[in-house]
Design a protein around this ligand. Structure first.
Ligand code: AVJ
Length: 320
């Protein structure tokens, strides 16, 4: 077991039946037009997002990492060792690594839609952590989490970092929190990263960086859609737009059409007027109390909250 493969298991769950093309067509047929932010993440989109996370204006990733580093021992003391650590949307499993040594989980269960990502991350982890067992699952967690019955027993810890919860509409966030509460089971807990409402200038800058990486990230959704749905969007004809909406307490990202245009999407045609927008993302900004209220309604009991120095980001521990 020099490579740790015996401590790694892998299952692939059947894909949900709603396919990407029909979802794209429905979004572009609705008024106002929209595309799901999950379509940002083809391989170019994923690498553009990685570049966003190191931009000076984009404080989220840095703030959360600072919290994990600074409060590692507090977090570990609050959770104890030996938990079954479950991470929906684990990606490259970079964040969990900051806590692995302190948490010493009984097993790590990454759930990730991209098979190559979850396999590569899991192989690296079992190599680097000779005590660690990984049960990798290739699945789309947004449709609910049906975990294999073969997972080891034990107190569960759900890990949902990065303020990904901010991408969910309020009703979907409630539903997903209830789902996480169910998966936690008796004695389980949730450790979640939640970006906080703050000075609008700070928020607007984080989504309008001076290098234009966020603009490229936003427009790349159209390149991805071109491939997924056999469409012919010309990304040069769309402008990045991001702003804080104080009523909804969210950053909105849109792509604004620079002219009247007709885009082919598969066998259909989509008309856009000059100035018309395609809504590509919401990123909700919570207050700690506001998020705790939502989590309470989903069955959780807030236990502890940790902040970065500026108080811009929170990592919250909630008990099921
Ligand atoms: C990955 C959803 C947390 O909303 O800040 C970054 C995605 N969009 N810049 C966020 C994103 C534009 C990011 N999340």
């Amino acid at each position: 077991d020099g490579e740790g493969e015996s401590r790694l298991s892998f299952v692939r769950q059947p894909r949900s039946s709603v396919n990407a093309v029909s979802e794209i067509l429905a979004g572009l047929a609705s008024q106002p037009k929209s595309l799901s932010p999950k379509f940002f993440y083809d391989s170019l989109g994923a690498s553009l997002f990685d570049r966003i996370t190191v931009l000076p204006e984009y404080y989220l990733t840095r703030s959360e990492r600072d919290i994990f580093k600074r409060y590692e021992s507090h977090i570990a003391a609050a959770l104890g060792t030996g938990r079954i650590l479950i991470e929906p949307g684990s990606g490259s499993s970079e964040k969990v690594e900051l806590l692995l040594n302190a948490l010493r989980p009984g097993a790590y269960v990454p759930l990730e839609i991209t098979e190559s990502h979850v396999l590569e991350a899991s192989r690296n982890l079992v190599k680097r952590y000779p005590w660690l067992t990984v049960h990798a699952i290739c699945a789309d967690y947004t449709g609910g989490m049906d975990l294999p019955a073969s997972l080891p027993p034990g107190q569960r810890l759900l890990f949902f970092p990065g303020s990904t919860i901010g991408n969910f509409e309020p009703a979907d966030a409630s539903r997903f929190l209830r789902e996480m509460h169910r998966v936690c089971g008796d004695g389980g807990s949730l450790l979640i990263g939640v970006d906080l409402r703050k000075d609008e200038a700070v928020l607007n800058a984080a989504y309008n960086d001076s290098e234009g990486i966020t603009a490229r990230f936003n427009r790349n959704i159209l390149t991805h859609v071109n491939r997924l749905a056999d469409a012919d969007f010309d990304i040069e004809q769309f402008q990045h737009m991001a702003f804080f909406n104080p009523i909804e307490s969210r950053i909105e990202m849109h792509l604004e059409s620079l002219k009247d245009q007709c885009v082919r999407v598969g066998a259909r045609e989509v008309q856009l007027e000059a100035g018309e927008r395609i809504h590509t993302e919401n990123s909700y900004k919570y207050t700690v109390e506001g998020f705790q209220d939502v989590a309470r309604l989903a069955g959780f009991t807030p236990r502890e909250t940790w902040y970065d120095e500026a108080g811009w980001f929170s990592v919250q521990l909630l008990d099921a």
